[in-house]
Design a protein around this ligand. Structure first.
Ligand SMILES: Nc1ncnc2c1ncn2[C@@H]1O[C@H](COP(=O)(O)OP(=O)(O)OP(=O)(O)O)[C@@H](O)[C@H]1O
Ligand SMILES: [Mg+2]
Length: 463
């Protein structure tokens, strides 16, 4: 594996060759040139992780080269080499943005140390930039929508738990918004100015996950060519989000348990114990209690993380939220795709509300994106919806209500019961407005009224 690309600018041949040799031995790729102008050319032509430059050189000197690099808007690190007794020029260079300086005569060990510090710094900075990008615009609840009673409860819990430092376990089917809840908790907590570091325990191969979480020391295993911070260290002062914690191997479960209990850990291959000032939020779409029974998940870890459980209900149980979320995504994608789709026709909304949404909010979001992209203008109507959604009303009834016990049932009674349940549910969902209830069931209003009468459902509902 390549360790990094270094550009050296030094007019003194002996020093130049010496530096080159030390760094090549350390595993870096090195390009060494003998004046500032050549360095500028090389810098423009190639990508470097670090530039090491002498200050006094013919043509373009080290200061000018440093200025050129900084003005190019690059975040390249520059190490300065200064002659004996000219430390004051090193100080000026540091003020101009140099990362470090090395004094002549050049000592191998000091060069190695300075270069490895610069490389570590660059690595960390890159990771932080990626994380910051990821976190942009994700504050508070502002992109989390929900008016249903169950979502109101979720919001109340988020408000309550944010202030504390307790460990939280978020459960819910895939796509219900677990990550969004984790972010909301972090950004409402005192830790909001520190990072929130997500780790998808299910997506990272088992043998890499340990080093990803705890970091490693150089040489801890084959391929560990530099010291590396783990996610627990990167999350210091902030929050770590252990996503899909149910997928974590038993060996790692023990190690995470230790961090939770003792708030301490070591890097792989490291001897120093590091204190973890980190809030832990875990999430899973598995039934962890069942996994505990089946000995797939440690009971002690389960109780440690399940201090405050937050359960996200599946979208199909959130009633009117489906329509509200669909409109929210319509507006979002209108903006993103520079479209102007007016609305979702009521008929189409009814279909959305009847569908079972196995992929939950994410599925609805993807559908709305597709619809906005495909539609030229006007409103989204029934015919724009994919067949699986238009044909879904029957599927849902089959899926949810067919249970045939071994001792059998009375068919006619059962059908009447089911009819009654559906009518009552439709009336409830439509706030008692018969027209709307009829639409939900795809019935004429008169048929609905007849059925209510026949089934002796008391009429207190709105016409
Ligand atoms: N209440 C909500 N309001 C607005 N957008 C939401 C809401 N819930 C989820 N989303 C959006 O739906 C998508 C899925 O949410 P998220 O990634 O948080 O789900 P998840 O439960 O972590 O899913 P998985 O188990 O698959 O990881 C995201 O794009 C998120 O922004
Ligand atoms: Mg997730």
């Amino acid at each position: 594996m390549k360790k990094g690309n270094i550009l050296i600018a030094e007019d003194n041949e002996l020093n130049r060759e010496n530096l080159k040799e030390i760094l090549i031995e350390e595993g870096y790729e090195v390009n060494a040139v003998h004046d500032g102008r050549r360095a500028m050319e090389a810098f423009t032509a190639d990508r470097y992780d670090l530039v090491i430059t002498d200050l006094r050189m013919p043509n373009v000197d080290g200061f000018e080269l440093l200025k050129f690099i900084k003005e190019a808007g690059s975040d390249n690190l520059v190490i300065i080499i200064t002659g004996h007794g000219t430390v004051h020029s090193a100080v000026s260079a540091m003020k101009m943005g140099a990362f470090d300086f090395i004094t002549k005569p050049i000592k191998d060990d000091l060069v190695k140390l300075s270069v490895s510090r610069a490389m570590n710094f660059a690595n960390l900075r890159d990771e932080n930039v990626i994380l910051k990008e990821h976190l942009k615009d994700k504050e508070g609840f502002h992109d989390m929508i929900g008016y249903s009673d169950c979502m109101k409860k979720v919001f109340e819990t988020i408000d309550k738990v944010s202030a504390s430092d307790s460990t939280i376990l978020i459960t819910g089917e895939s796509g219900t918004g677990k990550e969004l809840v984790a972010r909301a908790i972090h950004f409402k907590s005192e830790r909001r100015d520190q990072p929130m570091i997500p780790v998808n325990c299910g997506a990272i191969p088992e043998d890499l996950l340990e080093s990803e979480l705890f970091g490693h020391e150089r040489g801890a295993f084959t391929g560990a060519i530099r010291n590396r911070m783990g996610r627990f260290e990167l999350a210091q002062g902030g929050t770590i989000f252990l996503d899909e914690i149910g997928d974590m191997s038993p060996a790692l479960q023990v190690k995470v348990l230790r961090v939770i209990q003792e708030r301490q850990f070591e890097r792989i291959g490291g001897v120093k114990t590091i204190n973890a000032d980190v809030r832990i939020i875990a999430a899973t779409n598995q039934d962890l209690e069942k996994a505990v029974e089946e000995k797939q998940f440690r009971e002690d870890l389960f109780y440690r993380i399940n201090v405050i459980p937050v359960n996200l209900p599946p979208l199909r149980e959130r009633g009117s939220d489906i329509a509200i979320l669909a409109r929210h995504f319509l507006m979002t994608f209108n903006k993103l795709k520079k479209k102007n789709i007016e609305q979702i026709a009521p008929e189409a909304v009814n279909y959305l509300m009847r569908y079972s949404w196995p992929g939950n909010v994410r599925e609805l979001q993807n559908l709305m994106e597709m619809l906005v992209v495909m539609k030229e203008e006007g409103s989204i109507i029934e015919d724009d919806l994919p067949a699986k959604i238009r044909n879904s009303s029957e599927d849902r009834i089959t899926e949810e209500s067919v249970f045939l016990p071994e001792e059998g049932i009375d068919f006619n009674k059962h059908i009447i019961r089911m009819e009654k349940d559906l009518l009552l549910k439709a009336l409830k969902m439509s706030g008692g407005v018969k027209n709307r209830a009829a639409k939900l069931l795809n019935l004429n209003r008169t048929t609905l009224v007849e059925k209510l009468k026949r089934l002796d459902i008391k009429d207190g509902w709105i016409d």
